[in-house]
Structures are given as C-alpha cells and as structure tokens.
Design a protein around this ligand. Structure first.
Ligand SMILES: NC(=O)c1ccc[n+]([C@@H]2O[C@H](COP(=O)([O-])OP(=O)(O)OC[C@H]3O[C@@H](n4cnc5c(N)ncnc54)[C@H](O)[C@@H]3O)[C@@H](O)[C@H]2O)c1
Length: 142
C-alpha cells in the first residue's frame, strides 16, 4: 500500500454496487477512509461492512438536497475532512428501445440523477478541511 493517500477521506456516490463499490474497495485498500452514499439503505450498509472498518454507509438520494446536506454534515462530523469525491451514482433509464419510444419522464429522471444529482453533491463535498456546517435550508455550506 502506498502512503500517498493515507488518512484521506473520499465520498463515493452509488457505492452500494457496481463501479462505486469497486472504487470504494480500491480506495479503502489505499488507506483512504470511504463515505459510501447510495439510495439503497440496506445494500449500502452491507457494502460498507464488506469494504472494511474505515468505510461507513450514508444512505441518501443524491437528487434530494436536504438528504445530501445532512449526509455531508454527518461525514464531516465522523471523519473531519473531505479530500476526494467520486460521483458514481447513476441510472441508465429504459434501454433497448427506439429513440421515439423513450418517454420524457424517463429521460428527465436520467438527467435528474446523473447530472443534477452529481451537481448537488459536488459543492457540498468541498475539498477542504476544518469546515463548519450550516444546514439552514437543507444545504451544507462552509
Ligand atoms: N458499469 C459500466 O460498465 C458503465 C459504463 C459506462 C457508464 N456507466 C454508468 O456509470 C454509472 C454507474 O454504473 P454502475 O455499473 O456502477 O451501476 P449500478 O447500477 O451497479 O450502480 C449505481 C448505483 O447508484 C445508486 N443510485 C441510483 N440512483 C441514485 C440516487 N438517486 N441517489 C443515490 N444513489 C443512487 C444505485 O442504488 C446503485 O447502487 C451509471 O450511470 C452507468 O450508466 C457504467
């Protein structure tokens, strides 16, 4: 294990499965403490236990500002710093359909999770240390 990232803290969204979980395992193996965010509460808890003692589960819907703000505050309290953000949560929407069969609501949901959700998490996970939290309005600011 390299010492390059030792003690750092990573937030990983979509960490209960797939790419997010694989990234969580890899970063944890590098000595990074990982805060695992995912919509799926049970799967996130199970995944964090699978990853190891320096992993913690933070169930949240990344499209919900209040939930994300609350998670960021909890991560700050638990780990005291945030160094890395991996936006891996995402959905594909309905696939294997012709373009004219795609429903607007489905198309919008993909953008809401993949684009807007990542936008919501990104400023919350400011790459700094020693921050304080103001959750007024459901958004973490520091
Ligand atoms: N796996 C690949 O080869 C691949 C390739 C290119 C792009 N992608 C894209 O990367 C993203 C992740 O892929 P994956 O294979 O890990 O998918 P996955 O379905 O295994 O994992 C996505 C995770 O995101 C979580 N999630 C979904 N909506 C959420 C929300 N609103 N809030 C919080 N968490 C939410 C899910 O619960 C799930 O655990 C997807 O957008 C996918 O389309 C994947």
């Amino acid at each position: 294990m390299s010492e390059q990232f030792k003690g750092q803290v990573a937030i990983i969204t979509g960490a209960a499965s797939g790419l997010g979980l694989a990234i969580a395992k890899k970063l944890h193996a590098e000595g990074i403490r990982v805060a695992m965010l995912d919509l799926n509460q049970d799967a996130t808890q199970a995944a964090s236990q699978e990853v190891g003692e320096n992993a913690a589960a933070f169930p949240a819907d990344i499209t919900d500002e209040a939930q994300v703000g609350s998670c960021i505050a909890q991560i700050g309290q638990r780990f005291g710093r945030i160094d890395i953000l991996v936006n891996s949560a995402g959905v594909t929407g309905r696939t294997n359909v012709k373009s004219h069969e795609v429903e607007l609501a489905d198309f919008r949901r993909v953008f809401e999770v993949n684009v807007v959700g990542s936008f919501i998490v990104s400023p919350g996970a400011s790459f700094t240390t020693g921050f304080t939290f103001d959750l007024t309005g459901g958004r973490a600011t520091y």
